[in-house]
Design a binder for this molecule. Structure first.
Ligand SMILES: [Zn+2]
Length: 422
């Protein structure tokens, strides 16, 4: 199959490229010119080709919670958002703490998935925080990182060992930084709004205490630490300091943390409830600053589908989390690029070049010759209203329903195949 995208603006941070040209694809790979006739030609005028977006933090819910999402539906939702590769967290039922479980995800994704899926393995057996999982075996099975995500490792000795042990595999340990004692019973950010609403708060320190600890342990061990979903100004400062000291730490944030504050939390809308919680304007500003100066390397969705009945419960009882695949790119374009926080190239790097580098993905995150032809085509003039009926994910729990966007993905190409088109 020979595919040609003509006269398109190519933005590829891996080559520091931003110019109009043609993209050639042969046998699923990017080539400098085609060896035979063109089978399919795409007119790229007015549009932008970027390397396929990589989302390093999501929950596909399979196996075990297929009522919320499956690999089939989740990868279709990702494709619609212009995302060509997703990492899925291991807190499924059962958890992904052994090779057959990781292989199940990979096999299922190969059969039913529309985009690439890479599993993240549990750091500890059963995600219980007591004993390291068989990390070497998991790595061989294909996991790209290890994490106990929502059940962070509270025992510092175990976290130290995880960082030490994964070092030899160059496998990052992803830290969902939360001191569960400090956050206990909290449902939103602790501050003025939690007082007004009479809801129990989660202080910023619940995140920052663990970010500090894990940075210290990364320094001690020389291991690869990746901080998940940074939500506070303090965490941005800690990561910045650690990087200045040369500690091997990288970080991600999610679109909602640079877009929303806890001003939108209302007791009856659990679609504003996620963990970590939405913070305040000074945190949003600090996160934007952290994205701009390179402190925060990646933007990930933390796509966390939940069915409506669960989210319709009272705020206190509803589960944490929102879906994110289908709005991430538009939020990046509207909140970061259009507002001058990041150049388009720097913004795209947070979902392409940087994740590919941090998680050692070969031949991805780039449009260089020889790369796998995962490509996202963006139209900055593509205006739409994000409506519940249009959501492809099995779950609809998004605080962005009803929002109008200018710009988004209009075509998603995975290994040279057009898998989605607006
Ligand atoms: Zn998490």
């Amino acid at each position: 199959m020979h595919l040609q995208i003509k006269n398109i603006r190519i933005v590829d941070p891996s080559q520091k490229k931003d110019s109009v040209g043609n993209v050639f694809i042969e046998n699923g790979k990017i080539v400098s010119k085609l060896s035979g006739n063109v089978d399919k030609e795409i007119d790229g005028r007015g549009k932008i080709a970027v390397p396929g977006l990589i989302d390093v933090h999501s929950h596909l819910r399979e196996p075990g919670q297929e009522d919320k999402e499956t690999i089939y539906t989740g990868t279709r939702s990702a494709a619609k958002g212009g995302i060509t590769t997703v990492f899925c967290m291991p807190n499924t039922k059962p958890v992904i703490d052994n090779a057959p479980a990781a292989e199940f995800i990979l096999l299922k994704a190969q059969k039913e998935g529309l985009v690439n899926v890479f599993p993240i393995g549990c750091a500890t057996k059963g995600s219980e925080g007591m004993e390291l999982s068989e990390i070497g075996v998991l790595k061989k099975a294909g996991v790209v990182a290890i994490s106990d995500d929502g059940l962070p490792i509270s025992n510092s000795q175990i976290m130290r060992r995880a960082l030490e042990y994964t070092k030899m595999f160059k496998l990052p340990v992803i830290s969902h930084s939360e001191d569960k004692e400090l956050s206990k019973n909290g449902v939103m950010n602790e501050g003025k709004n939690s007082t007004i609403l009479g809801l129990r708060g989660i202080p910023r320190q619940a995140e920052e205490v663990m970010v500090s600890r894990d940075i210290m342990l990364a320094e001690l061990t020389g291991g690869y630490l990746h901080i998940a979903h940074v939500s506070t100004a303090g965490s941005v400062g800690l990561v910045r300091q650690a990087k200045e000291k040369g500690i091997k730490v990288t970080a991600e944030t999610c679109p909602h943390y640079f877009t929303l504050t806890d001003d939108i939390v209302k007791v009856y809308d659990a679609n504003t409830k996620m963990n970590p919680p939405l913070r305040e304007q000074k945190d949003v500003d600090a996160i934007k600053q952290g994205l701009a100066d390179g402190t925060i390397d990646c933007i990930a969705t933390d796509h966390a589908p939940h069915i409506q009945e669960e989210k319709n419960r009272e705020f206190d009882l509803a589960p944490f989390g929102i879906i994110g695949f289908e709005t991430a790119l538009s939020l990046i374009l509207n909140e970061l690029v259009d507002k001058g926080v990041l150049s388009l190239s720097d913004a795209i790097a947070k979902m392409t070049l940087n994740p590919a580098k941090i998680f050692n993905l070969t031949a991805r995150g780039s449009l260089e010759e020889g790369s796998i032809a995962d490509i996202t085509i963006i139209d900055q003039k593509y205006s739409y209203k994000f409506e519940e009926e249009s959501i492809v994910s099995k779950s609809k729990n998004s605080p962005f329903v009803g929002r109008k966007f200018n710009g988004g993905a209009v075509m998603t190409i995975v290994a040279g195949n057009v898998v989605w088109q607006a």
